[in-house]
Design a protein around this ligand. Sequence first.
Ligand SMILES: [Zn+2]
Ligand SMILES: [Zn+2]
Length: 103
Amino acid sequence: MKFCPQCKRLMRPDRARGVWRCNACGTEVPLGTGVAVVHRTAPRGGVAVVESKTATLPKTDEVCPKCGNGEAYWVLRQTRGADEPETRIFECTRCGHKWREYQ
Ligand SMILES: [Zn+2]
Ligand SMILES: [Zn+2]
């Protein structure tokens, strides 16, 4: 979606000519500018999501059974029954291997 910079009405894409066209006042904007903005912001947003996810997860000095790394992220997983204990799921900070805590 794009709005006319002149009259603020909704513009329609004219793909044959490669422009956004405003039917109200005739203003045309190249299609490329709108698309480029989306492509520039998308990858940066994706990386930010991954970084915030790993940054907020708590770490513990659990040893990875796969690679022997001594540090792992952990999350609590709720079990279905209220009387069952919660299970801690570990994820190795080095190789990404996941395993669950044995009670
Ligand atoms: Zn217009
Ligand atoms: Zn590991």
